[in-house]
Ligand binder design. Structure first.
Ligand SMILES: [Zn+2]
Length: 132
């Protein structure tokens, strides 16, 4: 892992355990993620992060709205994957960023308890995942 992703992890862990974010943490995240953090906070403010839990397993996936007017939604895992174009282009192909704005929004909303929660059966969750 790169130094910046280790720093990011430490900041996330602190936010998650406090359930809130300080100005200092926000400015560190901003330093690490730049404009994507601004975009992510806007998504969180608009209640644009849904967390879908499968029952009975309790496994979950995030569904995050995009920012364009078409309001598309992307399935994503906060730490590993997003279905958006930027994830493949900027992160997987070019390795220029640690994660996309949807992943940031998902992580931030989860840490702050700001997700809309939804429950489906594990079968329905598996079906969603099979379409990724
Ligand atoms: Zn994304």
């Amino acid at each position: 892992m790169s130094a910046s992703s280790l720093v990011a992890e430490a900041v996330w862990k602190a936010i998650e355990s406090a359930g809130s974010v300080t100005d200092e943490q926000l400015s560190m995240l901003h330093f690490l993620f730049g404009k994507n953090l601004e975009r992510a906070t806007r998504i969180v403010d608009q209640r644009g992060v849904k967390r879908i839990f499968g029952e009975p397993s309790g496994r979950s996936i995030f569904q995050v709205v995009g920012e364009s007017r078409r309001k598309e939604e992307y399935f994503c895992f906060a730490e590993h994957y997003c279905a958006c174009y930027s994830f493949f282009y900027d992160i997987v192909n070019r390795g220029e960023q640690l994660c996309c704005k949807h992943q940031l929004a998902a992580r931030l909303a989860a840490a702050l308890g700001a997700c809309i929660e939804d429950k489906v059966s594990d079968e329905q969750l598996a079906l969603l995942l099979s379409k990724l």
